[in-house]
Design a protein around this ligand. Structure first.
Ligand SMILES: *Cc1c(COP(=O)(O)O)cnc(C)c1O
Length: 354
């Protein structure tokens, strides 16, 4: 049992919901009417409130703008068939936010503020959860440093916000990815395991170069030798070689994805051999050449499964098997979608019901 939290509410006088074309939602361009906000000062979180989604006032000296203490999460809520809202594995996002915060020298958020704020916000903006097949409400919790001070030190004050954004049916074309052998996303002792804004900032330039070369994303390799595969863009990466599901092991250079965890759990239940270990670029290329690589895909909240069509390594494109033939990832995608929307029994108790 967790404590409940008192949330002050200021509601909009006119909802913007009628501006939203539910049939044709552009991801990341619409925000629900309200947001949840809490502030950290004098060593404690306080002032939990739900207010209209709006601009926030920022001092030019606000420390996050200069030194980047900022962490975030991304998760999704789905409309269940009986009017309830299902949020997929929200507790795991809460725990991971606090792990990211610790690495960035930021304070932990109590569970009752994260979960209580999230539930209250979803109840308040219930009408913003899209109901069409494949749609969801994307949830963005984040925390940032708010001291008006430009000396270099951890901020004394922070703000935590959750806002939500309706997301249309996500269809991602199978992607072309390029193995990155120079730039690094993460390295031992670095911040790769944290969902920190700065990691994203540092990844934009290498990703842009890959896009200019005709690829959607990079495959990040380890920062020391560039021989081992770590992630694909902003997703975890998995391969099915022979009948084994293989992925780079977690640890400090890989973001511990909640989709990754869920996919591996299902794979084990279905009797697949799962290997979490170092995966070398060479092993993957050899498996493609031998025909033993059956599937390659990214995993993450946005797409759930993003199929990889082409891998480029050292200037050469390798074409992967047709998506229609990929038994494991197609099955896993369907199973996860069915669990998230309540179409099948949630036997792992992954959904938080609002
Ligand atoms: C968020 C993220 C993922 C995927 O995590 P999910 O919890 O599955 O959404 C993978 N890699 C990176 C770098 C990320 O930031």
């Amino acid at each position: 049992m967790i404590d409940t939290v008192t949330i002050e509410k200021t509601l909009v006088s006119n909802s913007r919901i009628s501006e939203l074309d539910m049939e044709n939602i552009q991801f990341g361009s619409y925000y629900s009417d309200h947001m949840f906000v809490a502030d950290y000062r004098d060593g404690a979180w306080s002032d939990c409130r739900i207010v209209p989604f709006d601009d926030i006032r920022v001092s030019p000296a606000m420390s996050v703008l200069h030194y980047g203490q900022s962490v975030f999460e991304g998760l999704k809520a789905y409309a269940g068939s009986n009017g309830e809202v299902l949020v997929f594995r929200a507790i795991d996002n809460f725990l991971r936010l606090n792990e990211s915060a610790a690495r960035m020298c930021m304070p932990a958020l109590p569970e009752e503020i994260f979960m209580g704020g999230l539930k209250e916000l979803l109840q308040t903006d219930r009408v913003w959860v899209p109901t069409d097949e494949g749609t969801s409400l994307y949830i963005r919790p984040f925390m940032f440093a708010t001291d008006e001070f430009i000396g270099v030190r951890p901020s004394d004050t922070y703000r935590f916000i959750i806002f939500t954004s309706p997301a249309g049916a996500y269809y991602s074309e199978p992607v072309r990815v390029k193995v990155e052998k120079y730039f690094s996303r993460a390295f031992p002792g670095g911040t790769g395991a944290a969902k920190a804004a700065g990691n994203y900032a540092a990844s934009l330039y290498p990703a842009k170069l890959a896009q200019e070369a005709g690829y959607h994303q990079l495959i990040w390799t380890d920062g020391l030798t560039h021989q081992f595969i770590e992630e694909a863009g902003t997703m975890n990466i998995m391969f099915v070689i022979d009948d084994k599901v293989i992925t780079s092991k977690g640890g400090e250079t890989v973001l511990d994805g909640i989709t990754r965890k869920s996919v591996l759990e299902l794979a084990r239940e279905w009797g697949y051999t799962v290997e979490e270990r170092n995966v070398s670029v060479r092993e993957v290329i050899e498996a493609i050449e031998k025909g033993s690589l059956k599937e390659a895909f990214g995993t993450g909240t946005a797409a759930t499964i993003a199929q990889i069509a082409v891998i480029n390594n050292d200037g050469q494109d390798y074409q992967l098997p047709p998506v229609a033939d990929r038994i494991f990832s197609n099955r896993v995608l369907k199973e996860l979608n069915d669990i998230k929307t309540g179409r099948i029994e949630d036997r792992h108790h992954w959904n938080v019901i609002v």
